[in-house]
Design a protein around this ligand. Structure first.
Ligand code: FEO
Length: 164
């Protein structure tokens, strides 16, 4: 069944939102590189790659449905933050906003009886639980560290171990 225009447009908007997420996390990675927090930078680079995978999952779905992929301009991400904590606070807020978008998209797919899109979006609902959890865990750990520089460097070392 071909996608209805409203669903197709909304999925295309989500492709853009996922690429923006990748860009935002890459910008956060660049910020961490400027502070020589290599582990945080590595974690954010890996996260950016995850976001590209999310975008491509939606891209491939649109193609498989014989609908049109319409790529739009990606907004310029923020480039400076006041602290490591501020970056993680923003990353967590961003993931919460993406979760909301996914839920709204799922509501639309249900309203339009687009069962194929609904199945795909179930994957994204579960993925967002992971995405929020992993970001919030780092944010909570940073809060626990307070002003401890050695704690920050330990966490940086730990985050540098992220491979996927
Ligand atoms: Fe694609 Fe981090 O949500």
């Amino acid at each position: 069944m071909t996608m209805k225009k409203e669903v197709c447009d909304a999925v295309n908007k989500q492709i853009n939102a996922e690429f923006y997420s990748a860009y935002l996390y890459l910008s956060m990675a660049a910020y961490f590189e400027s502070l020589s927090l290599k582990g945080f930078a590595q974690w954010m680079k890996t996260q950016a790659k995850e976001e590209e995978k999310h975008a491509m999952k939606l891209f491939d779905h649109v193609v498989d449905r014989d609908a049109k992929v319409m790529l739009d301009a990606i907004d310029k991400p923020k480039q400076e933050w006041k602290s490591t904590l501020a970056v993680l606070e923003e990353a967590y807020k961003h993931e919460q906003s993406i979760t909301l978008r996914i839920h709204t998209l799922l509501d639309l797919a249900r309203k339009e009886k687009d069962y194929a899109a609904e199945v795909l979006l179930h994957w994204f609902v579960a993925e967002q639980v992971e995405e929020e959890h992993s970001t919030l865990t780092i944010l909570d750990q940073l809060k626990l560290l307070g002003d401890s520089r050695s704690g920050l460097l330990d966490l940086d070392r730990e985050l540098g171990g992220r491979k996927d």
